[in-house]
Design a protein around this ligand. Sequence first.
Ligand SMILES: Cc1cc2nc3c(=O)[nH]c(=O)nc-3n(C[C@H](O)[C@H](O)[C@H](O)COP(=O)(O)OP(=O)(O)OC[C@H]3O[C@@H](n4cnc5c(N)ncnc54)[C@H](O)[C@@H]3O)c2cc1C
Length: 412
Amino acid sequence: MRHVAIIGAGPSGCYLADQLVRAAPDIEVSVIERLPVPFGLVRYGVAPDHQGTKAVARLFERTLGAERVRFFGHVEVGTDLAMAELAALYDAVVLATGASRERKLGIPGETLPGVFGSGAFVGGYNGHPDAPQLRLAGVRSAVVIGNGNVALDVARVLAKAAAEFAGSDLSPVLTAHLAQQPLETIHVVGRRGPAAAKFTTEELAEFRTLARAAVEVADPAALDAAGSAASPNLEVLKGFVANPVQRPVVVCFHFNQQPTAFVGDERLEGVEFEGPAGARQRLAAQLAVTCIGYETTACGTLVPQRGVFANEQGRIGEGRYVIGWAAHGPNGTIPGSRVAAKALAARMAAEVADHQRAGAVGLATLLVQRGVRIVDHGGWQRIDAAERTRAASDRCREKFTSVAAMLQVMAQ
Ligand SMILES: Cc1cc2nc3c(=O)[nH]c(=O)nc-3n(C[C@H](O)[C@H](O)[C@H](O)COP(=O)(O)OP(=O)(O)OC[C@H]3O[C@@H](n4cnc5c(N)ncnc54)[C@H](O)[C@@H]3O)c2cc1C
């Protein structure tokens, strides 16, 4: 048997595990995840009201329970064991660790209370154990910086009425907290023009369906100026302008605006921008969320360069591979991860050598000796079942938001 360790149980890790066992009957895979729960950004990134997208977890669930796949949850490579120890146990090690560190704008005021990076804010509403509890105060006006789908997710979660979260896994407490904010305006601000926005058109058009939100464009002339470039997003934006509606919350799209400062004494009061020809403006805000991308972080002794692990079509070096956001940065979708996994699995099936290593059995022995509390696939299934059972009738799940609470379920 050849033994492969995949570090990270997000979409890239899960798809790769699936493809590896399909590609070669003599490969066994261990999927090692630092949290007690799998699925990475499917659980902690994808918005709670997009359960259709999160449903891919069912597929990953089958993979983690498959015969030649073993899940090692609550095991962090670089903390619970060294990369060298892992490499000594497996014929190949794959980094599928994602890109968890959010990029900073590097402008004044970024640490003011009320300013969040999208990792913290999205992690907060998705119940990530490392994310801060979202405690907002009197948010009338919110500024969301970025022109990608993460910015749209954040704006939509803020814009929706409480009833629109039925069937989601947004915690009822947080739903009530968001509903308490006296929200009037959500500004979504991009530094480039509307034709360059990276929104998925379907996600942009979804704003039309929201119960309490109307969409405006701050400078409709910018849409005409970009007009000759054929862009489905431009058409959707022009549609919003052409068919205005009256609703209590306005979602206002701004383009060609470079953020220059977050301002406020004790907390955020506004965000300053510089537009075309140096024109400056300040948008009042009690909440700002920057959605400007992520970079990968070191995994044990392996250190990324310029936000990713340098690789040649997924290969870092002898017996070392990388996939997903750790390989190419924070772009691409979940279905795209499957395509990449298929290609890397084919390559690995052809070139990984059998060194007669101990694989999962050796890893389990080492971790038990070290007193690491492993959450295996059965353990995750118990946490999963407990989260579903305790959910309110209009929620599909009530997540445990601390590692301790997850481990507590295992003790019951
Ligand atoms: C806010 C947000 C919303 C998104 N919404 C969508 C959407 O609606 N549709 C869509 O198609 N795509 C969406 N995406 C993109 C999608 O989530 C990514 O393409 C995908 O998750 C990348 O997968 P990955 O496996 O590379 O990384 P991740 O999903 O980040 O998984 C990495 C995993 O590695 C683990 N890990 C990290 N370091 C270690 C370590 N040292 N030891 C052990 N484990 C470790 C992490 O805990 C994590 O579970 C969204 C992304 C974000 C940020």
